[in-house]
Design a binder for this molecule. Structure first.
Ligand SMILES: Cc1cc2nc3c(=O)[nH]c(=O)nc-3n(C[C@H](O)[C@H](O)[C@H](O)COP(=O)(O)O)c2cc1C
Length: 204
């Protein structure tokens, strides 16, 4: 049976959502498919309005309960950085997963990460590193992006871009005005494809 892949993301301004769609494209190129989940919001409408956050998509399942992920073989997590770490919305999701932690429901599942930051030094790598403790506690097998399929793009110094061997990435600029570039979307698609192929080796 083909591996079951979930793409779990939080996106306040849409950058991570665009990367999530690019990851899905790569999974489909590899012959697979994935289900998208958006992590539940924790901020009030009042605060979201003050942060100029647009409405969330209504056609993507909201992830409220970690049990929703128990049937998947691999999960790609899309994370917009907060202070070099993952946002409270994602932390709140993880903090509901004590049952899965104790029972080992996520143990042996594959995980990959993709990241959005406002600035170049703002956490493309530290956000991934900060996520490791949670992944390790659950027993996820972390699949890095590495450089194998994306060396030319990740090593490109002619243009500013996000992404690292830890995972695909984009830069939103401080005011959110920058959008994912063709290079960044290409890397995200390559990650989705390679991630699917990796999980498929264990779940042919
Ligand atoms: C409270 C807060 C903290 C943030 N912290 C960082 C940070 O540490 N480094 C950084 O580069 N960007 C930071 N940002 C910018 C976000 O990472 C950026 O808005 C996000 O990557 C855009 O992705 P999205 O459109 O999917 O929400 C922060 C944004 C907010 C609202």
């Amino acid at each position: 049976m083909a591996p079951k892949i979930a793409i779990v993301y939080y996106s306040m301004y849409g950058h991570i959502k665009q990367l999530a769609d690019a990851e899905l494209k790569g999974i489909k190129e590899a012959g697979g498919d994935a289900e998208l989940f958006q992590v539940a919001e924790t901020l009030s409408d009042d605060v979201l309005a003050k942060m100029h956050a647009p409405p969330k998509p209504t056609d993507i399942t909201v992830l409220n309960d970690p049990a929703q992920l128990e049937s998947f073989d691999g999960i790609l997590f899309g994370i917009p950085t907060r202070y070099g770490n993952f946002p409270a919305q994602i932390k709140t999701f993880w903090d509901k997963s004590g049952k899965q932690w104790q029972s080992g429901s996520f143990w042996g599942k594959y995980a990959g990460l993709f990241i959005s930051t406002g600035t170049v030094g703002g956490g493309q790598e530290t956000t991934a590193i900060s996520s490791m403790s949670t992944l390790v506690h659950h027993g996820f097998i972390y699949v890095p992006l590495g450089y194998k399929n994306t060396f030319a793009d990740l090593a490109n110094l002619d243009e500013v871009h996000g992404g690292s061997p830890w995972g695909a990435g984009t830069l939103s600029a401080g005011d959110g005005s920058r959008q994912p570039s063709a290079l960044e979307l290409r890397v995200a698609t390559a990650q989705g494809k390679a991630f699917y192929e990796t999980v498929a080796k264990a779940h042919p």
